[in-house]
Design a protein around this ligand. Structure first.
Ligand code: ZN
Length: 146
């Protein structure tokens, strides 16, 4: 329930109003609301935009966080990246390079028809774990639809 009109808000004149939030500790709240304590009623309520909470799991930033800035991705060694840098084939940072590699494998995955999906791993066995995880998710959804 929320307040949209003059009369609806008028009913709460003189009441105790509190601004409260909901969500996990230590994170931006999922929802923030103005509530009337006297009536136990929510007057105004906003949810956080979804965008922020759905950072791509294989973005440069997410990769740095999950593997560690100075570490390397098991499938895309720093050596390959250094080689490309020394040949002026890339100017980006290591983890941006990894993001690009994963993105290109994700493209391969997106390009595969549903009917070819069950056998796709035979052809794309060099996929990294991130792409294989997406692959398994897609395969599981496919089986659910059947
Ligand atoms: Zn009230």
């Amino acid at each position: 329930m929320s307040v949209n009109t003059y009369d609806e808000l008028r009913a709460h004149i003189g009441h105790k109003i509190e601004c409260v939030c909901y969500g996990a500790d230590g994170e931006d709240p999922d929802n923030i609301a103005l509530e009337c304590v006297d009536c136990s009623e929510v007057l105004v309520s906003y949810d956080q935009d979804e965008e922020e909470s759905t950072v791509e799991p294989y973005s440069e930033k997410a990769l740095e966080d999950s593997y560690g800035y100075w570490e390397e991705h098991p499938r895309f060694p720093r050596e390959d990246w250094r080689y490309e840098v020394s040949n002026n084939e890339t100017g980006c940072s290591y983890w941006a390079h990894v993001e690009g590699c994963i993105e290109s494998q994700m493209d391969d995955l997106r390009g595969i028809d549903d009917k070819d999906l069950p056998k796709a791993l035979e052809e794309y066995e060099d996929w990294c774990d991130e792409v294989k995880a997406e692959y398994k998710k897609r395969l599981a959804n496919l089986k659910k639809e059947d």
